[in-house]
Write a protein that binds this ligand. Sequence first.
Ligand code: FE2
Length: 146
Amino acid sequence: MAAKVNTITVGESSAVEDYLERILHLLDSKGYARVADVAEGLGIAQASVSNMVRRLDEKGLLVYEKYKGMTLTKEGELLARRITKRHEILEQFLELLGVDKETAYHDVEGMEHHISSETLRGIQQIIVELKRDSAMQARVESAAQG
Ligand code: FE2
């Protein structure tokens, strides 16, 4: 496991990150996560989801029971929370640029897997600065709107 302590570097493939993010979201919002829900959420065929879920179970990131669905292990949940936090930071950043919610979500889904913890820390500081300086935030927003 390449996950580093105290950073949001996850060290998993984009696909694994998307699964963990979706599963955590389901568990937090519905209290359970079944293969069908994950498949629907990710727009992936149930057979492919079953295969990946088995792999994640073998990796020790979740526990899958055929008719009950899945729960995240401690390690899986930690990773999923880190992925979710990273998503939220990037989304917050794009919102400060005035990017509309739908575009922001789409952009974040593309960016989030490829961002280093160094870049993310820089972005976190820019968020702080933009919130502190509403004139700067307005200039940035108007530039982004073109
Ligand atoms: Fe995401």
